[in-house]
Design a protein around this ligand. Structure first.
Ligand code: HEM
Length: 162
């Protein structure tokens, strides 16, 4: 199943084009990393506000409104460019790579952490919006988010050497 998916994606016109070009992979990887700056820059700024290290006087909901759209744009850019990088060498390099599923699992867990935060403590944000010290559950979410995205970046770098 996984191996037929890898064969299919590598033999799509886009997979063949990226895999057969000298410049496409580094160019796409550069855009992948620009997406990472947008995603992790926005998310980490928000997480540091939850933890009380940044902008203690800034309202949490206003900061979320300003930062989270950028995080979604960054994530979309990463998902598209990451898929193109994967397609360039899916059969030999990325499909069998032991670090690739670890990276996907960490991205999934970062999403679960965000869902728990938004459907839990953030639903009553009006009670602590302007407080410099946020509730413990918000701090735990911010801490988990920083750790998980650091893990995603580490796994991303590691894939090329595994
Ligand atoms: C959502 C789907 C994603 C896919 C399918 C994907 C896939 C890939 C692939 C195939 C590579 C090339 C590995 C190599 O040969 O060096 C890569 C590199 C990388 N990715 Fe992703 N990625 C995704 C999202 C992310 C996210 C969300 C982050 C970080 C927040 C990230 C961080 C990195 C880093 C740091 C590298 C290494 C770049 C380098 O060595 O210069 N990726 N990714």
């Amino acid at each position: 199943m996984w191996s037929s998916f890898c064969h299919w994606i590598q033999h799509t016109p886009v997979g063949t084009a990226v895999g057969g070009s000298d410049w496409a992979f580094p160019a796409i990887e550069t855009v992948h990393l620009l997406g990472m700056i947008l995603l992790v820059g926005s998310v980490a700024t928000f997480d540091l506000r939850l933890l009380g290290f940044l902008m203690p006087r800034q309202s949490v909901s206003r900061l979320a409104g300003r930062l989270l759209p950028g995080a979604w744009v960054g994530f979309s850019v990463m998902a598209v460019t990451g898929t193109l990088l994967f397609a360039s060498d899916a059969i030999r390099k990325y499909g069998p790579n032991p670090v690739f599923p670890i990276k996907m699992l960490l991205i999934f867990l970062a999403g679960v952490n965000m869902l728990i935060f938004h459907s839990g403590v953030y639903r009553r944000v009006e009670n602590w919006d302007d407080a410099p010290v946020t509730p413990l559950r918000a701090k735990v979410a911010g801490c988990c988010s920083l750790l998980l995205w650091t893990g995603v970046i580490t796994a991303g770098r590691w894939i090329g050497f595994a």
